[in-house]
Design a protein around this ligand. Structure first.
Ligand code: SF4
Length: 347
């Protein structure tokens, strides 16, 4: 496959230019799972521009820019640069100072999808939005579709809706951009409803939990529109149940993430102070990948509940039905205080 044939727009010329500014002899390319199969084509293109540079395509799963896998990768290969494709930089205020590694440059490279939604799908999205009696809608999306928001805005307006695109949060987010644990861009506008442009339910579900406004998905992969609001409501009820089950529990396991952007000392301090002030006992548990297997391995009769400070989607999307409550940090604060509202998400 040639670079021009990639189904995503990746500006490799700019990457090569940027890499040439300093001497590089070893480069690691990181890609989301869906793009990994294009790793070889991307490596080949970079090699053509850079000449004798050793290029690796990293195979391990990468969930976001919170997960640059510096640890073993940097210690063993000591690359001069990491080319991280498909995600924007992770907000340092959600993680910790010193998020970027010393001695290795990290280049964040957008991978822009070439997909569009048909007129029929847009019309269908507008119809669902109108069923909520809304005339004004805010458009949000993920990193790979940020270049599409203006076009979607225009098309929604042609369908008779007033559409706005919330301003981004540079250098982390472009206009309208959200990630699974940060909805500040969406929340900055007091919208009556959201149009999410993108695939899957991960992001629109998080959007609902952080705004409680109707969320309609316009999916360019399936070329159709659907209403994510009922799933959001159902998930919200499950989360409240898990919070209520945790009221008064005394012995907690506190998972501390060790991925680059998932270590959050500020959040840990806040949680532990709340626990101490309320006479709760806890043990700290470090974790890189909190799978069910890892959770079950560490669990024993001492623990009554768990809180996860690494990724707030692990309790909601992965371990929502675990035999003991597994809560996000925001939910843990609710549980410790014995409150069911306001619902706190993501933090
Ligand atoms: S939602 Fe989880 S995986 Fe995604 S960016 Fe946030 S911490 Fe990382």
């Amino acid at each position: 496959m040639r670079c021009e044939d990639l189904p995503y727009e990746v500006d490799l010329r700019q990457v090569a230019e940027s890499l040439r500014k300093t001497e590089v002899s070893r480069v690691v390319i990181q890609l989301p799972d869906g793009l990994k199969k294009y790793g070889v084509a991307i490596a080949e293109c970079l090699r053509e521009s850079l000449g004798e540079v050793e290029i690796y395509v990293h195979a391990d799963s990468i969930y976001g820019s919170c997960d640059l896998q510096y640890g073993q990768l940097l210690a063993t290969l000591k690359p001069d640069a990491i080319v991280h494709i498909g995600h924007s930089p992770y907000p340092v205020e959600l993680a910790h100072e010193g998020l970027e590694p010393k001695g290795t440059r990290v280049l964040y490279v957008p991978a822009l999808s070439k997909l569009r939604a048909s007129r029929e799908a847009i019309r269908s999205a507008a119809e669902i939005l109108r069923s909520y009696d809304v005339r004004e809608v805010s458009i949000v999306t993920t990193a790979q579709h940020v270049h599409m928001v203006k076009e979607v805005q225009r098309e929604l307006e042609e369908e008779g809706l007033r559409a706005v695109v919330p301003r981004g949060l540079p250098p982390y987010f472009s206009d309208g951009q959200i990630i699974g644990c940060d909805y500040r861009v969406a929340r900055a506008i007091k919208a009556k409803a959201f149009l999410y442009f993108g695939g899957g339910v991960f992001h629109p579900l998080g959007l609902y939990l952080s705004t409680f406004k109707p969320v309609v998905k316009l999916d360019p992969y399936e070329d159709k529109a659907s209403d994510v609001t009922p799933l959001g409501e159902k998930t919200y009820r499950i989360r409240l149940m898990r919070v209520a089950e945790s009221f008064g529990l005394e012995r907690w396991g506190v998972f501390v993430g060790v991925k680059s952007g998932q270590y959050r000392p500020w959040l840990l301090k806040l949680l532990l102070e709340e626990m101490k002030s309320r006479g709760r006992k806890y043990f700290l548990i470090s974790s890189e990948n909190l799978s069910l297997q890892n959770l079950m391995a560490v669990d024993n009769e001492w623990f009554q509940a768990f809180t996860v400070t690494s990724c707030p989607r692990i309790p909601i999307d992965d371990h929502w039905d675990y035999v003991k409550p597994v809560l996000t940090p925001g939910e843990t604060i609710m549980a410790l205080r014995g409150e069911l509202e306001p619902y706190r998400f993501p933090w």
